[in-house]
Design a protein around this ligand. Structure first.
Ligand code: FAD
Length: 437
């Protein structure tokens, strides 16, 4: 049921055990090690973009929402040199060929002339039309590097009307405006008629086409992942002499227990697995892109970079070997014209979701929200660029066909790292719950 998004999405039996075993015992440990490397830990992001949708966004001021950006000397020189937003048309206009050469030099000093020429033309290519996500302009003075290991996703205390407004707006994108549908946007588990809300909502959802249902499940999976993280790294002790973070089983139960959530919790966890499979599939499909010899995980430390590329390829091969892959050909498969229109609607709705992230009042939540929507957007871009990726060995010489910026690559792997960690955390919660009984 995971592999084909057809039929009644929420009632099907899911092969959770296979995914748990694959993720927890094989993929998760490898991925964690890779994400500690310099290439993946430094993410450039603009956390100061104004919210484009409403003007009342306040910065929550909670201590645990603060993000500590890196000072320039903390970021390896190679990362800084190679991280320019190569595909932004505006950035390219202001670049002289010489500047481009210098940057490419930072990517790989030993490239052949042919490959260098191909890379130069990639630089000029603008792939805006294929993006599912708004990408921050890395050249903006407001964009800063953040060390993701020093700013972990965890409980921040961000909640209440503002957080709900964000989630509501995100789910609202599922309606593909301008159509407005009168129904509860998200089943409210705190509401006394939670069961009713949920029923109305799910019967509406079941009436939608497969793409809209898949879209909802992705968002719901992301929401579930964020809420698992805040329950797994909850602020347990906030006394003046120590801060202790750890698992809060009660918080987890409140959000996911079937009885406490009128049956919604388990559905949300299944959506998390669904999201996992989508991102896993994207990684598997991206293998040819990362396998090319011209692709480098460049930080300036040659031996480490080679080692990390090897680790990355190992993870991608593992992703390819997974037996229950999601079949994305079941999406956008109908009448060609209608399918293209629907795909564009989904893409635009997803672009809007990435914009909504600039309205999140808690900086820590905004950082991880932006990274995870960008990572998911990159996964979708990969999933629907299959033909271009398969054609890559040729295009290496002939010109641009498919490309990913450093920012997209870092978000792709880190976003998947979050989902993979959530699945691992579910096992921890299961064990903690078993101990309590
Ligand atoms: P919420 O989680 O706010 O849910 C709002 C509504 O959505 C409810 O009706 C609920 O029933 C429904 N809902 C909940 N989960 C799902 C789901 N999986 N699928 C469908 N519907 C659902 N807090 C932190 O402590 N740390 C963070 O890093 C963090 N990051 C965030 C990032 C973003 C982008 C946003 C918008 C919020 C973030 N938050 C974070 C806040 C957190 O997600 C909750 O909003 C907050 O804890 C309040 O929870 P709640 O119980 O009121 O319900």
């Amino acid at each position: 049921c995971f592999c084909q998004v057809t039929g009644d999405l929420d009632d099907c039996a899911c092969d959770v055990e296979t995914i748990d075993d694959f993720n927890n015992n094989r993929l998760f440990p490898k991925l964690q090690r890779l994400l500690e490397s310099d290439y993946f830990r430094f993410y450039k992001v603009n956390l100061n973009k104004p919210c484009p949708f409403w003007t009342t966004t306040s910065h929550c001021g909670l201590r645990d929402c603060a993000v500590k950006p890196c000072s320039p000397n903390e970021v390896p020189e190679g990362v800084r040199a190679s991280s320019h937003n190569k595909y932004s048309a505006a950035a390219n206009e202001h670049q002289t060929d010489c500047e481009q050469e210098n940057r490419l030099g930072a990517v790989n000093v030993s490239l052949s002339n042919e490959t260098r020429e191909a890379l130069l033309s990639w630089n000029r290519h603008d792939d805006e039309a294929e993006r599912f996500c708004v990408v921050d302009d890395e050249e903006s003075p407001d964009s800063q590097y953040v060390d993701l290991l020093l700013n972990p996703e965890r409980f921040t205390g961000y909640r209440g009307a503002e957080a709900w407004q964000i989630w509501n707006s995100i789910y609202e994108e599922n309606c593909f405006k301008p159509f407005t549908i009168k129904r509860p946007l998200i089943p409210n588990v705190l509401h006394s008629s939670a069961g009713n809300d949920a029923k109305i909502f799910h019967s509406w959802l079941e009436g939608q086409c497969v793409e809209i249902r898949a879209f909802y499940r992705l968002i719901s999976g992301l929401h579930a992942s964020i809420n698992i993280h805040l329950s797994a790294r909850y602020l347990l002790d906030d006394s003046w002499f120590q801060k202790k973070w750890g698992h809060n089983v009660t918080e987890f139960q409140k959000r996911f227990d079937a009885d406490l959530t009128a049956g919604e919790g388990p559905k949300r966890l299944r959506n998390l697995y669904f999201l996992y499979l989508i991102e896993l599939r994207a990684l598997a499909k991206a293998l040819p892109f990362f396998q090319r010899s011209s692709f480098q995980l460049y930080t300036g430390k040659v031996e480490e970079d080679q080692k990390h590329k090897g680790m990355m390829l190992d993870i991608l091969q593992l992703a390819r070997s997974f037996p229950l892959h999601f079949d994305e050909t079941s999406l956008f498969a109908g009448d060609e014209k209608e399918a293209a229109k629907l795909k564009e609607d989904v893409r635009l709705a997803f672009l809007n979701i990435s914009r909504i992230m600039d309205c999140v009042g808690c900086f820590k939540c905004r950082l991880w929200g932006k990274l995870q929507t960008q990572g998911l957007g990159t996964s979708l871009k990969i999933l629907f660029s299959g033909r271009q990726i398969e054609a890559l060995p040729m295009s290496d010489i002939q010109g641009p066909a498919f490309q990913l910026s450093r920012q997209e690559i870092v978000s792709l792997f880190n976003a998947f790292g979050r989902i993979s960690t959530s699945i691992r955390e579910l096992q921890n919660f299961r064990e903690l719950l078993a101990e309590e009984q």
